[in-house]
Design a binder for this molecule. Sequence first.
Ligand code: ADP
Ligand code: MG
Length: 231
Amino acid sequence: MTSRDSVLSCKSISKYYTKGKDVVKALNNINLEITRGEISSVVGPSGSGKSTLLYVLSGLTPPSEGSIFINELSLSKMQQSQRAAFIRDNIGFVFQDWQLLASLNAYENVLLPLMLKGARSITSEMKEEVLKYFEMFQLLDRTHHYPSELSGGEQQRIAIIRALIKKPSIVFFDEPTGSLDAAAADILTSSIHKAIHQEKCTFIIVSHDSKMLSISNHSYRIEYGKLKQLF
Ligand SMILES: Nc1ncnc2c1ncn2[C@@H]1O[C@H](COP(=O)(O)OP(=O)(O)O)[C@@H](O)[C@H]1O
Ligand SMILES: [Mg+2]
């Protein structure tokens, strides 16, 4: 047990990729503790291990060494099917390329995780909750648009709402400002702040862009798979 309200902790995480005779040490002995209701960011250059860190911490890829605890439960001690259900219900992921379903509109994309979590029908409370997030992310006038009819920034904010709607313990966010202009990046950061303050979400954000430092409670730098705390 830890004294702070720890949502994630990891101990001595390493991740190796083997390609023929070459071994890439993408993560090198990483220790990290994430407190509920905070934004933690990891900044580093391309190829430094940021995406690998997110995939490993969120349980999508197993580490080569070390252990990860989310809500004090060990991911590695779970059976594969148990881990898949745990990730589905507790982890939100905003991928670098958003991965919205092209055949569903914005509203339907956001409802999807609720259906996957087992909702038989969409109640009026669920609809209200979804619209609350669309308002928070300045997208109320875009609910019926399809991904192809939305700007990159709008698609990204839909992907965040889709991650938040199931009330995950942690949202992992890969390269938030990668393809945004300054105005879209401002809407993004102010929306995330609202989500944190109103919903007590926890975010782990990785980015090559040090702008993310200004919205973070804690920040780390990653280089060649090694993590150093900045603040
Ligand atoms: N599936 C893979 N197989 C082999 N090497 C990989 C694989 N994925 C990533 N890498 C290597 O691991 C390192 C870290 O990659 P990545 O985590 O994608 O970095 P970042 O997100 O910071 O750009 C890079 O050197 C990359 O080439
Ligand atoms: Mg990456």
